[in-house]
Design a binder for this molecule. Sequence first.
Ligand code: PLP
Length: 385
Amino acid sequence: MTNFNEIPNRRNNSNSIKWQFYPKDVLPMWVADMEFPAPKPILRALHKAVDHGVLGYEMPSRALQETAASRMDKLYRWKVKPEAVVAVTGIVNGFSVAVRIACTPKKGVLMQTPVYNEFHEVKNNIGIPLLEAPLIKHVTGNILSYEIDWDIFEKQVKKAGMFLLCNPHNPLGIIFSRKDLLKMAELCIRNNVLIVSDEIHSELIMGDNKFSPLAKLSAEIAKHTITLISPSKTFNVAGLFCGFAIITDKELRERFEKEVNHLRMHVGSLGLIAAQAAFSGACDGWLKELLRYLTDNRDFLVEYVTEYMPQVRLTIPDATYLCWLDFTQTKIVGSPYEFFLKNAKVAASEGKIFGESGEGHIRLNFGTSRKLLEQGLEQMRKALH
Ligand SMILES: Cc1ncc(COP(=O)(O)O)c(C=O)c1O
């Protein structure tokens, strides 16, 4: 059994962005990595490589492609050929490459806001329009839920070269339904729009929720889709920058690979080793325990906010260790992110970086020990009152 209550100190002797960016008296609950060490099989594989001593240039092996492909079969009964799996230097790089093959100054990138801040940055990549299809917010009691505005989606998809889907969704924690996925895909295909499905959070599933990749829905959808997966969030190895693009259509894959080669993007050797161990199945026991702990953290967070800060609205994420909180009904004037940084010494993610509709909101990372989560919430509660 892993004791997730015990976490290493990342404040000292580390280059952690999360822990080094703010002054020492601030509790960081922002960057999307967790406070837990990676599972033992990954650490053992990395130790072995370090002990070997030679850390030269390496390339993704056939065995690694096979391991990633069999993980898709094992988890979802999704059969992909090993050659459909292309290693990338992280998921942000993966979708940034895809933008280069699918978008032009006239054909933009479509996304469902509020959404992961790096999605917004792709417009600067080659100077292309960013097309937003904001999700519609609903409130029941203090619980937030979101749904697709189909009128806007249909209008925007006509102007797009690529649809960048975030499923499960960061920061809202949504797993989109099969019905919604089919409709989104159908509209994209009809309008000749490439689908890039960022599924980096797909193994961080809370409670009894289920996930299935978009491209598994039909061969026709798979043909128009680049699926992006990675061990980085699930197994907390984000700093090793190794992810995968699964591209079943040969021609599309060749166009993607050509661009990857132009940019000379090579995955680091330790990233490849970690991915092999992560997707091999050896860490699945650890993952099961992690998901139980994270689900309890999520429930603790929702109950705490509901009881002690009832005017605050929040999501109950289906997936991810990220929660989205709405402070528009509280007495906070201006940005809640700035308010809590100053008055609670808690650093959350500023809602506005996820899109305009994120104003008055923050994203809180609960991938930490229960003790630190409670401490952060306590500090926020005191500041709010
Ligand atoms: C939806 C989403 N995609 C991609 C990333 C980052 O991926 P990478 O570090 O592999 O570039 C994140 C990290 O938070 C994310 O939430």
